[in-house]
Design a protein around this ligand. Structure first.
Ligand code: GUN
Length: 290
């Protein structure tokens, strides 16, 4: 079993991005992030996005608003960023407070600045294999597979979870023509009959359901590649914070059966941030939309 080291891959890509900035670009890439409310995990993620920008020499702006912010106020903020010529790309961190409609916010973001790749224009272009901002987590997964030269053509890939931001887009990316892709993909979800049997058929498993340690060792075929997208907080009194992070995969029972597996933390999570940086550079260079 070999660990797929998200830290190593992300450091490698970040070094390339930093070198490109240092060599001189027409414009310093600028990412803005909007965070509404006090969700502790979201604060950690957004801070990590801002810190990563600094590491590679990008400009970043963090815009924090209280949980009581109205949808109209947030939409106004989105419009300001859409029309700010210095901002190349921006994200609105999810989840948003319940009184705000995610869909209306996503649709309000200018697709040319949608470095999260959540806008239906980017999603549709991705699905058709056209140039697009790829959603950050699926993009990060693809880059891990590429870095480790993991074979994908003709492999059975079982994706567990059908979210708009991970499960559905990674199922599309891995079934697309070319590398990493050309997989035979099964997209499973809460209504799937006999999920363990589906997972047992997989050469590549992508776990993105958000349930701690859900996938067990006896569900996984010997030699499978396992990509664990989960980042779940579970109580742990031995930690100062009172919690530890675990994935959607029961690492202890699954890892011994795998050829490769991503750890949590230190796997896909770091790659999500790195993919966002790649998209921000592409936005600043007008690589996708001219
Ligand atoms: N919440 C969980 N993952 C993400 C992500 O990739 N982008 C944003 N904006 N919010 C998220």
């Amino acid at each position: 079993m070999q660990l797929l080291d998200g830290k190593l891959v992300s450091q490698t890509i970040k070094a390339q991005l930093a070198a490109e900035v240092a060599a001189g670009l027409k414009k310093t890439p600028h990412l803005a992030a909007i965070l509404v409310g006090e969700n502790a995990a979201s604060q950690v993620y957004v801070n990590s996005k801002i810190k990563s920008c600094e590491e590679v020499g990008f400009k970043s702006t963090l815009i924090q608003r209280p949980a009581e912010t109205t949808e109209a106020e947030l939409l106004e903020l989105v419009q300001q960023l859409n029309s700010d010529p210095d901002v190349d790309g921006f994200i609105v961190q999810l989840p948003l407070p319940k009184h705000i409609n995610d869909e209306r916010v996503t649709l309000a973001i200018d697709h040319r600045k949608d470095v999260d790749g959540f806008h239906p224009i980017n999603f549709g272009r991705m699905a058709q294999g056209m140039p697009a901002f790829l959603p950050a987590t699926p993009y990060g997964i693809v880059e891990i597979l590429r870095h480790y030269h993991i074979e994908t053509a003709g492999k059975n890939c079982v994706v567990v979870g059908r979210s708009n931001i991970v499960g559905t887009p990674i199922s599309i990316l891995l079934s697309r023509k070319g590398y990493p892709g050309d997989c035979t993909v099964t997209l499973t979800h809460s209504r799937t009959h006999d999920l363990p049997a589906e997972v047992r058929r997989a050469d590549i498993v992508v776990a993105a359901i958000g349930i701690p340690e859900f996938i067990k060792g006896d569900w996984v075929k010997e030699g499978a590649v396992v990509i664990d997208v989960g980042i779940n907080r579970v109580a742990d009194e031995s930690k100062k914070s009172g919690f530890k992070l675990v994935g959607d995969v029961d690492f202890e029972s699954v890892a011994p059966k795998c050829s490769y597996i991503t750890p949590v933390p230190g796997g896909v999570g770091l790659m999500t941030v790195t993919a966002l940086l790649i998209n921000t550079l592409k936005a600043s260079k007008r690589e996708i939309y001219g």
